[in-house]
Design a protein around this ligand. Sequence first.
Ligand code: ADP
Length: 219
Amino acid sequence: MPARLNLVVLGKQGAGKGTQCKRLATTYEIPHISTGDILRGAVKAGTPLGREVASVLESGALVSDDLVIQLVKERFDEPDAQRGGLLDGFPRTLGQAEALEVLLGADGIKLCVNLDVPIELVTERLSSRRVCQECGAIYRDSDVEAISGTCSNCGGDVVQRDDDQPDAIRRRLETYERDTEPLLAFYESRGLLVTVNGDQSPDEVTEAIEKVVRDRGLA
Ligand code: ADP
Protein backbone atom coordinates (compact mmCIF):
# COMPACT_ATOMS: atom_id res chain seq x y z
CA MET A 1 0.00 0.00 0.00
CA PRO A 2 1.41 3.47 -0.88
CA ALA A 3 2.35 5.82 1.96
CA ARG A 4 -0.35 8.06 3.32
CA LEU A 5 -0.95 11.14 1.22
CA ASN A 6 -2.48 14.11 3.03
CA LEU A 7 -2.76 17.29 0.98
CA VAL A 8 -4.09 20.61 2.21
CA VAL A 9 -5.62 22.88 -0.43
CA LEU A 10 -5.79 26.56 0.54
CA GLY A 11 -7.29 29.42 -1.41
CA LYS A 12 -9.98 32.05 -1.23
CA GLN A 13 -13.61 31.10 -1.54
CA GLY A 14 -14.25 30.51 -5.23
CA ALA A 15 -10.59 29.76 -6.00
CA GLY A 16 -11.57 26.32 -7.29
CA LYS A 17 -10.61 24.17 -4.29
CA GLY A 18 -13.68 21.94 -4.52
CA THR A 19 -13.33 21.37 -8.26
CA GLN A 20 -9.65 20.48 -7.97
CA CYS A 21 -10.07 18.30 -4.88
CA LYS A 22 -12.78 16.22 -6.58
CA ARG A 23 -10.40 15.53 -9.50
CA LEU A 24 -7.35 14.86 -7.33
CA ALA A 25 -9.37 12.54 -5.08
CA THR A 26 -10.05 10.35 -8.11
CA THR A 27 -6.44 10.47 -9.32
CA TYR A 28 -4.85 9.62 -5.97
CA GLU A 29 -7.69 7.44 -4.64
CA ILE A 30 -7.99 9.35 -1.40
CA PRO A 31 -11.17 10.98 -0.08
CA HIS A 32 -12.07 14.62 -0.63
CA ILE A 33 -12.64 15.95 2.88
CA SER A 34 -14.54 19.23 2.71
CA THR A 35 -15.66 20.61 6.06
CA GLY A 36 -18.04 22.95 4.21
CA ASP A 37 -19.72 19.97 2.50
CA ILE A 38 -19.93 18.05 5.79
CA LEU A 39 -21.50 21.06 7.56
CA ARG A 40 -23.93 21.82 4.70
CA GLY A 41 -24.90 18.13 4.62
CA ALA A 42 -25.71 18.27 8.34
CA VAL A 43 -27.82 21.42 7.83
CA LYS A 44 -29.71 19.80 4.98
CA ALA A 45 -30.30 16.59 6.96
CA GLY A 46 -31.53 18.63 9.94
CA THR A 47 -29.24 16.82 12.42
CA PRO A 48 -28.50 18.41 15.84
CA LEU A 49 -25.12 19.54 14.42
CA GLY A 50 -26.90 21.03 11.41
CA ARG A 51 -29.34 22.95 13.59
CA GLU A 52 -26.45 24.25 15.68
CA VAL A 53 -24.46 25.62 12.71
CA ALA A 54 -27.17 26.66 10.22
CA SER A 55 -27.24 30.37 11.07
CA VAL A 56 -23.44 30.61 11.23
CA LEU A 57 -23.12 29.12 7.75
CA GLU A 58 -25.75 31.42 6.33
CA SER A 59 -23.97 34.50 7.74
CA GLY A 60 -20.62 33.49 6.23
CA ALA A 61 -18.81 33.43 9.61
CA LEU A 62 -16.72 30.47 10.80
CA VAL A 63 -18.02 27.78 13.12
CA SER A 64 -15.90 27.11 16.21
CA ASP A 65 -12.48 25.48 15.92
CA ASP A 66 -13.45 22.80 18.48
CA LEU A 67 -16.42 21.72 16.45
CA VAL A 68 -14.68 21.39 13.07
CA ILE A 69 -11.58 19.80 14.61
CA GLN A 70 -13.83 17.12 16.11
CA LEU A 71 -15.53 16.58 12.73
CA VAL A 72 -12.17 16.16 10.98
CA LYS A 73 -10.93 13.74 13.67
CA GLU A 74 -14.02 11.60 13.15
CA ARG A 75 -13.59 11.74 9.38
CA PHE A 76 -9.99 10.50 9.63
CA ASP A 77 -11.22 7.53 11.68
CA GLU A 78 -13.20 6.25 8.72
CA PRO A 79 -11.68 3.39 6.71
CA ASP A 80 -11.36 5.28 3.41
CA ALA A 81 -9.23 7.97 5.08
CA GLN A 82 -6.55 5.53 6.26
CA ARG A 83 -4.62 6.25 3.03
CA GLY A 84 -4.91 10.00 3.56
CA GLY A 85 -7.14 12.75 2.31
CA LEU A 86 -7.49 15.97 0.37
CA LEU A 87 -8.39 18.68 2.82
CA ASP A 88 -10.62 21.41 1.40
CA GLY A 89 -11.75 24.23 3.71
CA PHE A 90 -9.76 22.87 6.64
CA PRO A 91 -7.62 24.09 8.29
CA ARG A 92 -8.67 27.72 8.06
CA THR A 93 -7.37 29.12 11.34
CA LEU A 94 -3.97 28.70 12.98
CA GLY A 95 -5.65 26.79 15.81
CA GLN A 96 -7.04 24.30 13.29
CA ALA A 97 -3.66 23.98 11.54
CA GLU A 98 -1.96 23.20 14.85
CA ALA A 99 -4.65 20.66 15.75
CA LEU A 100 -4.25 18.99 12.37
CA GLU A 101 -0.51 18.65 12.94
CA VAL A 102 -1.18 16.95 16.25
CA LEU A 103 -3.77 14.66 14.66
CA LEU A 104 -1.66 13.55 11.68
CA GLY A 105 1.81 13.86 13.22
CA ALA A 106 4.54 16.35 12.35
CA ASP A 107 5.22 14.83 8.91
CA GLY A 108 1.62 13.78 8.28
CA ILE A 109 0.91 16.61 5.84
CA LYS A 110 2.87 16.18 2.64
CA LEU A 111 1.97 19.36 0.77
CA CYS A 112 -0.07 22.52 1.00
CA VAL A 113 -1.29 23.86 -2.35
CA ASN A 114 -2.24 27.54 -2.38
CA LEU A 115 -4.63 28.18 -5.25
CA ASP A 116 -3.97 31.82 -6.01
CA VAL A 117 -6.77 33.82 -7.66
CA PRO A 118 -7.30 37.62 -7.62
CA ILE A 119 -10.11 38.89 -5.40
CA GLU A 120 -12.07 40.44 -8.30
CA LEU A 121 -12.21 37.09 -10.06
CA VAL A 122 -13.35 35.07 -7.05
CA THR A 123 -16.04 37.65 -6.28
CA GLU A 124 -17.36 37.29 -9.82
CA ARG A 125 -17.16 33.48 -9.68
CA LEU A 126 -19.01 33.30 -6.36
CA SER A 127 -21.83 35.64 -7.42
CA SER A 128 -22.51 33.60 -10.53
CA ARG A 129 -22.05 30.17 -8.86
CA ARG A 130 -24.97 27.76 -8.60
CA VAL A 131 -24.73 24.33 -6.97
CA CYS A 132 -26.65 21.06 -7.05
CA GLN A 133 -28.06 20.41 -3.58
CA GLU A 134 -27.80 16.65 -4.10
CA CYS A 135 -24.42 15.91 -5.70
CA GLY A 136 -22.59 19.23 -5.26
CA ALA A 137 -22.03 19.75 -9.02
CA ILE A 138 -21.09 23.37 -9.69
CA TYR A 139 -22.64 25.51 -12.44
CA ARG A 140 -22.65 29.14 -13.54
CA ASP A 141 -25.84 31.21 -13.57
CA SER A 142 -25.83 31.18 -17.38
CA ASP A 143 -25.73 27.33 -17.60
CA VAL A 144 -28.89 25.53 -18.68
CA GLU A 145 -28.91 23.59 -15.38
CA ALA A 146 -28.97 26.86 -13.41
CA ILE A 147 -31.71 28.32 -15.56
CA SER A 148 -33.88 25.18 -15.39
CA GLY A 149 -32.93 24.51 -11.76
CA THR A 150 -32.23 20.83 -12.51
CA CYS A 151 -28.84 19.08 -12.31
CA SER A 152 -27.90 17.21 -15.50
CA ASN A 153 -25.73 14.87 -13.44
CA CYS A 154 -28.26 13.61 -10.88
CA GLY A 155 -31.57 15.47 -11.39
CA GLY A 156 -31.18 17.32 -8.05
CA ASP A 157 -32.19 20.94 -7.44
CA VAL A 158 -29.66 23.54 -8.62
CA VAL A 159 -29.67 26.56 -6.28
CA GLN A 160 -27.61 29.53 -5.15
CA ARG A 161 -25.89 28.95 -1.80
CA ASP A 162 -27.17 31.31 0.93
CA ASP A 163 -23.61 32.39 1.57
CA ASP A 164 -23.07 33.29 -2.10
CA GLN A 165 -25.18 36.43 -1.57
CA PRO A 166 -23.16 39.71 -1.81
CA ASP A 167 -22.98 40.53 1.94
CA ALA A 168 -21.95 37.01 2.89
CA ILE A 169 -19.38 36.88 0.09
CA ARG A 170 -17.75 40.05 1.41
CA ARG A 171 -17.75 38.71 4.96
CA ARG A 172 -16.27 35.36 3.92
CA LEU A 173 -13.45 36.99 1.97
CA GLU A 174 -12.64 39.29 4.92
CA THR A 175 -12.61 36.27 7.21
CA TYR A 176 -10.28 34.47 4.80
CA GLU A 177 -7.83 37.35 4.79
CA ARG A 178 -7.85 37.71 8.57
CA ASP A 179 -7.98 34.09 9.76
CA THR A 180 -6.77 31.88 6.91
CA GLU A 181 -4.08 33.83 5.05
CA PRO A 182 -1.69 33.49 8.04
CA LEU A 183 -1.65 29.76 7.26
CA LEU A 184 0.40 30.48 4.14
CA ALA A 185 3.33 31.54 6.34
CA PHE A 186 2.66 28.57 8.65
CA TYR A 187 3.03 26.03 5.82
CA GLU A 188 5.81 28.02 4.14
CA SER A 189 7.86 27.78 7.34
CA ARG A 190 7.50 23.98 7.17
CA GLY A 191 8.63 23.87 3.53
CA LEU A 192 5.24 22.52 2.46
CA LEU A 193 3.74 25.47 0.60
CA VAL A 194 3.42 25.59 -3.17
CA THR A 195 1.46 28.36 -4.88
CA VAL A 196 -0.37 27.48 -8.09
CA ASN A 197 -2.00 30.05 -10.37
CA GLY A 198 -5.75 29.40 -10.06
CA ASP A 199 -6.59 31.81 -12.87
CA GLN A 200 -6.20 29.14 -15.57
CA SER A 201 -8.55 26.51 -16.98
CA PRO A 202 -9.49 23.75 -14.51
CA ASP A 203 -7.44 21.26 -16.56
CA GLU A 204 -4.36 23.47 -16.45
CA VAL A 205 -4.70 23.91 -12.69
CA THR A 206 -5.03 20.13 -12.20
CA GLU A 207 -1.94 19.54 -14.35
CA ALA A 208 0.05 22.10 -12.37
CA ILE A 209 -0.86 20.46 -9.05
CA GLU A 210 -0.16 16.95 -10.34
CA LYS A 211 3.24 18.11 -11.54
CA VAL A 212 4.14 19.40 -8.08
CA VAL A 213 3.01 16.11 -6.51
CA ARG A 214 5.16 14.18 -9.01
CA ASP A 215 8.18 16.48 -8.65
CA ARG A 216 8.09 16.03 -4.88
CA GLY A 217 7.89 12.27 -5.29
CA LEU A 218 4.61 12.08 -3.39
CA ALA A 219 2.72 9.88 -5.84
P1 ADP B 1 -16.23 28.64 1.30
O1 ADP B 1 -14.78 28.29 1.47
O2 ADP B 1 -16.59 28.89 -0.12
O3 ADP B 1 -16.73 29.69 2.25
P2 ADP B 1 -16.93 26.11 2.44
O4 ADP B 1 -17.84 25.18 1.77
O5 ADP B 1 -15.51 25.68 2.62
O6 ADP B 1 -17.08 27.40 1.62
O7 ADP B 1 -17.49 26.51 3.89
C1 ADP B 1 -18.80 27.01 4.06
C2 ADP B 1 -18.99 27.49 5.49
O8 ADP B 1 -18.81 26.38 6.41
C3 ADP B 1 -17.98 28.53 5.99
O9 ADP B 1 -18.36 29.85 5.62
C4 ADP B 1 -18.03 28.30 7.50
O10 ADP B 1 -19.19 28.85 8.08
C5 ADP B 1 -18.15 26.80 7.60
N1 ADP B 1 -16.83 26.13 7.64
C6 ADP B 1 -16.33 25.27 6.71
N2 ADP B 1 -15.11 24.85 7.06
C7 ADP B 1 -14.81 25.46 8.24
C8 ADP B 1 -13.69 25.45 9.10
N3 ADP B 1 -12.60 24.72 8.83
N4 ADP B 1 -13.73 26.21 10.23
C9 ADP B 1 -14.81 26.93 10.54
N5 ADP B 1 -15.91 27.01 9.76
C10 ADP B 1 -15.92 26.28 8.62
